[in-house]
Design a binder for this molecule. Structure first.
Ligand code: SF4
Length: 362
């Protein structure tokens, strides 16, 4: 398959693996920030290809996983209101709050729909003028531009029974928080490819300048990831901290300025709570005053209850990179993809789901 096979060739992968093994043996700890990287690393067996002194740690880059339980409880409560139709991307419906998940609410009669785009939700609102159609707006820089564009489209089409539940987040503030956490010792970051398409590789400049951490933007194919790990290991071994872009076929230094302008038109930064990381200054997005009639939390005066982790769940520590799934006492027994207790076991980008799916049960 063109544009895929080139990045999965055995000989290319083997030569990169050999190159990595021939670099010096100084221990290097790398955080893969993005949940899609975590899945790809497991899927392609990258961990088994690495020399023992190169360690990968998963980070907080799964938007479903970092959404706190108080917000999920608010989603579920909203779904029970008879005038409301909930629309969401697929993973969110199975994440348990402190009580039910959205899928349980749906089984009890709530109108909960999976959509592939916020525009599908907008179209549904147009078809159901007597209902309030709410899109659960969860995601990072990659997802937010389409949601912002959908709000502008709602204005253009004069659809006023469409709302979002704003729970979007941005990556730089939690990365800053992680770099300030003395519990987390990492030498380099495998920076998220999708997010970087929008934000640009220069968005990580503060990490090298303020924290001396090596940053490499990586794609998602095995050769992309191995090349990026080599670049990180070389930087660390040479005592350097640079921003390198190993995903140059889609990521530029400045990113997608047009997409960011649409986001800035519609959203404004706010402090936001992250599961495991707590409240982080200006790490979330909410609708600007001009568009606040599309904010369901303002329209229905929804209050978010304080969050708490499910009993026994270590998702918070896993998202901070200080624990791994086998450290959780219920990993693989009480918590499985069929009976998830925490979000990291539900999401297709979740660390626990990756460890379980690819057989790392201990
Ligand atoms: S195994 Fe389940 S309960 Fe434990 S940390 Fe992972 S998702 Fe949370």
């Amino acid at each position: 398959m063109r544009y895929v096979d080139e990045y999965r060739g055995r000989d290319f992968v083997r030569s990169l693996t050999e190159k990595l093994h021939n670099l010096s043996s100084r221990p290097v700890r790398i955080m893969e920030v993005c949940g899609t990287h975590t899945m790809s690393i497991f899927k392609h067996g990258i961990r088994q290809m690495l020399p023992k002194h190169v360690q990968l740690i998963s980070g907080p880059g799964c938007p479903v996983c970092v959404t706190p339980s108080g917000v999920i409880d608010a989603f579920v409560e909203l779904a029970t209101r008879p005038e409301v139709i909930i629309t969401t991307f697929g993973d969110m419906i199975r994440v348990p709050g402190t009580g039910d998940s959205l899928i349980q609410a749906r089984a009890a009669g709530a109108d909960v729909n999976i959509v592939y785009s916020p525009v599908d939700a907008l179209n549904l609102a147009e078809q159901k003028p007597d209902k309030l159609v709410v899109f659960l707006s969860v995601g990072f820089e990659t997802t937010t531009p389409t949601i912002a564009a959908t709000i502008l489209e709602a204005v253009r089409r004069k659809i006023d029974n469409f709302c979002i539940f704003p729970a979007n987040k941005v990556m730089p503030p939690p990365l800053k928080a992680l770099m300030q956490d003395p519990e987390l010792q990492v030498d380099g970051l495998l920076c998220p490819g999708h997010v970087s398409i929008i934000s640009g590789s220069e968005s990580y400049r503060f990490l090298v300048e303020d924290y001396g951490i090596a940053c490499v933007v990586a794609g998602f194919e095995p050769t992309d990831i191995l090349l990026s790990i080599i670049a990180l290991v070389k930087q660390v071994q040479e005592g350097k901290a640079l921003v390198e872009n190993c995903y140059g076929r889609v990521v530029t230094a400045k990113g997608n300025v047009k997409a960011r302008t649409i986001v800035d038109t519609v959203f404004t930064p706010v402090d936001s709570e992250w599961r495991g990381l707590g409240s982080i200054e200006l790490s979330g997005l909410t609708l600007r005053e001009k568009y606040s009639s599309f904010d369901i939390t303002k329209r229905l005066n929804i209050q978010i209850a304080p969050s708490c982790e499910p009993r026994g769940c270590r998702c918070g520590d896993i998202l901070k990179g200080i624990s791994q799934p086998p450290d959780c006492p219920i990993f693989g027994n009480r918590c499985t993809p069929g009976t998830p207790v925490g979000p990291c076991m539900v999401s297709s980008e979740g660390t626990c789901a990756a460890w379980y799916k690819y057989g790392f049960l201990n």
